[in-house]
Design a binder for this molecule. Structure first.
Ligand SMILES: *Cc1c(COP(=O)(O)O)cnc(C)c1O
Length: 382
């Protein structure tokens, strides 16, 4: 590997592991979700650096695939996004305008979600200072108790029309708590609440569903859907096979290979003790790269179609796998094994670690060598 003449643009041999992000798969997932929610407009959620995958790379691809609306969590994320997509794309900030950041929303053309009467007051005074009406999205709390106006807040707005002066409401939204459980009764309850509550507000397009909600069917699509996770290939629920294209592959270098047997211990705490001779490999990715210590016992890597169980504890920068099933001489130092790949999805890794794919994706570290493939620009440089 090291002897092959390296492309100076892609010095992947200097990093422990390579994270490949398939931008073409993200674009095709976007088009698929838009086709499922054909009567709605499909926005794209790119908060948390596009779920850890790199907003600068991901957002322009989504825009090319047809997305005209983007959601981020923070004002800072919106400003960063504004510099990589066109001026006409709409950016909505889920957490709303904090008082000290409201001016930045105006400056960078960010539409805040107003989640409380306080945030409505901030945006009203911002509009008054700006001397022009300002666009806003309103969120209602349909049952999750996280963000959004309560019924009492809606009554207050109804009684005092002045509270909304200077605000041009261009979206009314809410968020489902249990959309990944298609049969959960909270889904229909929340939809009903959302429709009742929005009827008390100025008429505007409605949005209720994120990724999982799209799969609850057309009743849940309303006017705008807001997928994040599904764009990046995560399964919308456990009820059916995942219809989305996988987006990430994580390949880590083998650093060292050795033989162990009865009497030996492996890794911190010597928690794995072989009862027969084993060939093991130390691999260059660890919990500092977002590869959780939890679930190592259930986790594995793959080499081609051979499963390599993770042995003992995951270290900060490395982990150890059992390669006894790999024919002698086939896998050596500097070759790579898959930690996430065709045989093991992000959701599989999450399940072994007792968490969800969202957490695995957003934790994937920044010291991986990252390679973006599957779009025109990537193929020019890669
Ligand atoms: C994160 C988020 C989304 C996207 O959710 P996914 O489950 O990743 O599709 C949509 N809406 C809101 C309000 C969010 O916070």
């Amino acid at each position: 590997m090291m002897s092959a003449s390296p492309d100076p643009l892609w010095p992947s041999y200097r990093a422990g592991a390579r994270l490949t992000v398939d931008l073409g798969a993200i674009a095709s997932n976007y088009r698929y979700l838009q086709s499922l929610a054909a009567k709605a407009s499909c926005a794209a959620v790119v908060k948390a650096d596009a779920y850890g995958l790199g907003i600068e790379h991901v957002a322009p691809v989504l825009e090319d695939a047809g997305a005209t609306e983007f959601f981020v969590a923070h004002v800072d994320e919106g400003i960063r996004l504004r510099s990589v997509i066109s001026d006409k794309a709409r950016i909505t900030v889920l957490h709303g305008p904090r008082h000290d950041a409201a001016g930045d929303c105006v400056r960078y053309g960010l539409r805040p979600v107003l989640n409380s009467l306080d945030q409505i007051a901030v945006w009203r005074s911002t509009a008054s200072q700006a001397g022009k009406p300002l666009e806003a999205a309103l969120q209602v709390d349909s049952g999750m108790s996280r963000f959004g106006l309560s019924r009492a807040d809606l009554d207050a707005l109804h009684e005092d029309k002045g509270l909304m002066e200077g605000l041009r409401v261009s979206l009314v939204m809410s968020h489902l708590a249990c959309a990944d459980m298609p049969d959960h009764p909270a889904n229909t309850v929340q939809k009903k609440q959302m429709l009742e509550m929005s009827a008390q507000l100025p008429s505007a397009p409605l949005s209720l569903s994120a990724s999982s909600g799209i799969f609850l069917g057309p009743d849940y699509h309303l006017d705008v859907v807001r997928p994040g996770a599904a764009l990046y290939g995560l399964a919308p629920n456990q009820a059916a096979p995942n219809p989305l294209s996988p987006v990430v592959r994580l390949q880590a270098h083998v650093l060292q290979i050795r033989e162990v047997g009865p009497g030996d211990g492996v890794g911190y705490g010597l928690t794995y003790r072989p009862d027969q001779p084993r060939r093991i490999a130390t691999v260059a990715a660890g919990y500092a790269d977002g590869f959780s210590r939890h679930g190592a016992g259930k986790g594995c890597a793959w080499f081609e179609d051979i499963r390599l169980p993770i042995l003992g504890r995951v270290s900060m920068d490395s982990l150890i796998v059992d390669i006894s099933d790999v024919p002698d001489g086939k896998l050596g130092p500097d070759m790579m094994v898959d930690l996430i790949g065709p045989r093991r999805s992000v959701d599989d890794v999450a399940e072994a670690a007792g968490t969800i794919g969202y957490e695995v994706l957003t934790s994937l570290g920044h010291r991986f060598h990252r390679e973006y493939v599957g779009n025109r620009e990537a193929s020019l440089t890669g």
